[in-house]
Design a protein around this ligand. Structure first.
Ligand code: ATP
Ligand code: MG
Length: 418
């Protein structure tokens, strides 16, 4: 029996890579433009890091972690998300002594044992971007503007949902009111909501059950219960977003699934993805660094699922990989010489290729066209012929001596279009 990829994982095939490349190139370009620097963290961490940071009651810790014991009997976990890792690195390497905020980004695979569906995998890729060390609301707006610019560059029309979920000062009193409301409606709650209530009642709002969502329309919202500082911070985020030209919808029931989030919470939702419509999500996490043993440190960040972004970005001609030159072995060709010239072309920075499947001369021509080669070089016994792809037609150049091929290919087409 043949072996298939594990359930919930996927391959990115060479023909799919150009779409990925475009998404990742735009991310890299924009992160640099916004002053974020790349960070690389390990694929696994001590289980304790995620258990402490995500909260025991979160979906991630309670049912989605890939944890294992290594040969030294340490409990390790394949990273389910990137934020906790970056905060761990921030503390471990004393990055609080560097100029603040420390602004980082990474693209890395994440691992969660969830039920696989369209747009939901057990191994998936995330862009995670963090700004650690400042509580300036302009920073919240900057991160949102960065996502907005990225989605726009990719032609994705997403809606930004925005909320503030308060802090230690105002959330406790609100949670009491919410609890009272949930008590009144306890018979109407689903099992998941009842379970979440026990540990983190705010997460009741994080539901995919439409009936419960409708019921919660009547629940008190945190927005009405914010303290003066949180309200001021939220208003400032909105003002900065307006200045960036980023439109948003205030979503009073938007919460984040993890316990360390404070104040700003946001999500970009894109049409056409079905139930898995969140392409990017994040917010402030002012308590995370201290939760995992660092000094009190405000921070804000977001994470985007690359698969969902690629799905929403759809097909694109941009970023198609192109071969510059394709070498064709015609009648009497010397393949050893061809390999030598192929190497020379590559040393000169060109993408060059030839046939390895014993194709006929015509078959090689087709293969060169299939690869999108701009220049086709046919080798005969004493010389070669260069043909350039132009407006769908080919035009030939005079016969080229072997020792001038590289020079002529580099020089580009001469003469008129056919
Ligand atoms: P969801 O509600 O879809 O489960 P989440 O709240 O678990 O999302 P985050 O942990 O905030 O999501 O991750 C940020 C982004 O990563 C999501 O908006 C989504 O684009 C992507 N993402 C999360 N889980 C998966 C997954 N299992 N497969 C693919 N992408 C995912
Ligand atoms: Mg999830």
């Amino acid at each position: 029996m043949s072996i298939e990829a594990p359930k919930g994982t996927h391959d990115v095939l060479p023909r799919e890579w150009p779409a990925w490349q475009r998404v990742l190139d735009e991310a890299e370009r924009l992160c640099a433009a916004y002053g974020y620097r790349r960070i690389v963290t390990p694929t696994f961490e001590e289980t304790e890091l995620f258990a402490r940071s995500s909260g025991e009651a979160s979906d991630i810790v309670s049912k989605e972690m890939y944890s294992f014991e290594d040969r030294g009997e340490r409990s390790l976990t394949l990273r389910p998300e990137g934020t906790a890792q970056v905060c761990r690195a921030y503390i471990e390497h004393g990055l609080q002594r560097e100029p603040q905020p420390v602004k980082t980004w990474m693209v890395a695979p994440m691992f969660r044992y969830a039920r696989p569906q369209k747009g939901r995998y057990r191994e998936f890729w995330q862009l995670s971007v963090e700004a650690i060390g400042c509580e300036d609301p302009a920073l919240d707006a900057e991160l949102i503007a960065l996502q907005h610019a990225w989605l726009k560059a990719l032609g994705i029309e997403a809606t930004l949902l925005l909320n503030s979920i308060g802090d230690r000062a105002c959330r406790p009193a609100y949670l009491e009111r919410l609890e009272a409301w949930l008590d009144e409606h306890s018979s109407e709650l689903d099992a998941e909501a009842r379970h979440k209530r026990e540990t983190s009642p705010l997460r009741v709002f994080d539901t995919k059950n439409p009936e419960l969502a409708a019921l919660l329309e009547g629940a008190p919202t945190i927005g009405d219960a914010l303290c003066a500082e949180c309200r001021e911070h939220f208003e400032a985020v909105k003002t900065f977003l307006d200045a960036c030209g980023v439109a948003y919808e205030v979503a009073p029931r938007l919460v984040r699934g993890l316990d360390y989030y404070t104040r700003t919470a946001f999500e970009f939702v894109a049409p056409g993805l079905g139930a898995q419509d969140a392409v990017s999500a994040g917010g402030r996490y002012d308590y995370l660094v201290e939760t995992i043993g660092g000094p009190p440190t405000p921070a804000v960040g977001f994470a985007s699922g690359i698969e969902r972004i690629v799905l929403s970005a759809g097909e694109s001609e941009v970023g198609k990989d192109g071969t510059d030159a394709f070498l064709i072995a015609a009648e009497g060709a010397d393949r050893v010489l061809m390999v030598k010239i192929l190497e020379e072309l590559r040393e000169n920075g060109l993408a060059a290729d030839m046939d390895y499947a014993s194709r006929s001369t015509k078959g090689q021509l087709t293969q060169g066209q299939r690869l999108g080669a701009r220049c086709l070089v046919s080798f005969y016994s004493k010389s070669a012929l260069l043909e350039w792809v132009g407006s769908g037609k080919y035009r030939g150049e005079p016969v080229t001596p072997f020792d001038e091929i590289v020079k002529n290919v580099l020089a580009g087409p001469r003469g008129d279009l056919l």
